[in-house]
Design a protein around this ligand. Structure first.
Ligand code: SIN
Length: 326
């Protein structure tokens, strides 16, 4: 069985991140530049990958804090291209940790792949005394070769997380990701998968959702959706500034606003007043929670009845993608 997995062809797409980061001193785990080492060199640094049927392609070379729609569009196109090849069992994407969950969610929503698409990363640069990238990359390639796997997942620190649930929860530790209340799908132990949950349910009939890809390829940008927070002393300054700007430059008008509320999606009354003005101007307002765990549980009447059970970062993307259809 293990041999069968080893023979399956996988494509590794590089996009940058700390996994490809370089520091001037080996002991420096934070003062490095992300996105320096090419994806082919990353693979060359993992001896157990030698001899496997792997292809590499450098799609981008960035610090993922700078991720945006143009790279997502390109990446989705390349992932789809390889998924459509019969001989390809799965795709691995090396990515920065900072927006990995957004890229994973975007690709799952757009492509709903019927084969595995595995994002992996590192919290220590390639030049670190003990880099975590090589083991993560090896585990990701293993998951991408699993015949039962499908959908977009993230593999980091030995855990497999669904795109829907994965969130970066730590700024420094090497096990920086968590799947909240859902927990990880499973783990990889010495090249063997142990599953705790089934693979994600959403799955297209072909190798990916061709209509989903066409939708994002036909546009220059996603509909503008802003992400705001409610907090002590919050007020409507930002919301009103956005509306005032849009009055001057209509193309800046947000189509939606995701507001990360306190607790169960509650909002400071002052911010709520301004959001009502935005809503009256045609902006869709969606409430999420700024709590690390849980969701907004719908409760009675609310001026903003639309709620999301996603993190604010993913709720912003979900709303932007939904607005593409409108
Ligand atoms: C990045 O997200 O590209 C930099 C940080 C990291 O990968 O940990």
């Amino acid at each position: 069985m293990a041999d069968e997995i080893q023979m399956r062809r996988r494509v590794i797409l590089g996009t940058g991140g700390t996994i490809a980061g370089r520091a001037s001193r080996a002991g420096d785990n934070v003062g490095y530049v992300a996105g320096q080492v090419g994806v082919a060199d990353l693979l060359a640094g993992v001896p157990p990958l030698a001899g496997l049927a792997l292809e590499v392609e450098q799609v981008a070379q960035i610090d993922s804090k700078d991720m945006g729609f143009a790279v997502w569009q390109l990446l989705a196109g390349r992932v789809a291209h390889h998924l459509a090849r019969d001989e390809v069992a799965g795709v691995v994407i090396t990515h920065g940790t900072d927006t990995l969950e957004e890229t994973a969610f975007f690709l799952q929503q757009v492509l709903q792949p019927a084969k595995p698409v595995v994002l992996t990363c590192a919290m220590r640069p390639a030049t670190a005394l003990v880099p975590d990238g090589p083991q993560n990359l090896l585990d990701a390639v293993t998951v991408a070769g699993d015949a039962a796997a499908h959908g977009v997942v993230a593999v980091c620190a030995g855990q497999i997380h669904a795109a829907q649930h994965v969130t970066k929860v730590h700024s420094y530790r090497t096990d920086a990701f968590d799947s909240g209340d859902a927990g990880p799908i499973g783990c990889v132990e010495e090249g063997v998968l142990r599953l705790f949950h089934p693979w994600p349910a959403q799955r297209s009939a072909g190798s990916f959702d061709t209509a989903g890809l066409a939708r994002i390829q036909g546009v220059k940008a996603l509909p503008r959706v802003e992400w705001l927070n409610s907090h002590a002393d919050a007020d409507g300054t930002l919301v009103r500034a956005l509306l005032a700007l849009a009055a001057q430059e209509p193309e800046r008008m947000p189509r939606g606003m995701v507001v990360a509320g306190t607790g169960n999606g509650t909002l400071h009354w002052s911010l709520m007043e301004a959001l009502s003005e935005a809503q009256a101007a045609g902006v869709r307002v969606v409430r999420a929670t700024r709590c690390a765990r849980g969701r907004v549980v719908p409760a009675g009447q609310n001026r903003f009845p639309e709620v999301s059970d996603l993190s604010p970062a993913k709720a912003r993307l979900a709303l932007a993608l939904a607005l593409l259809e409108v």
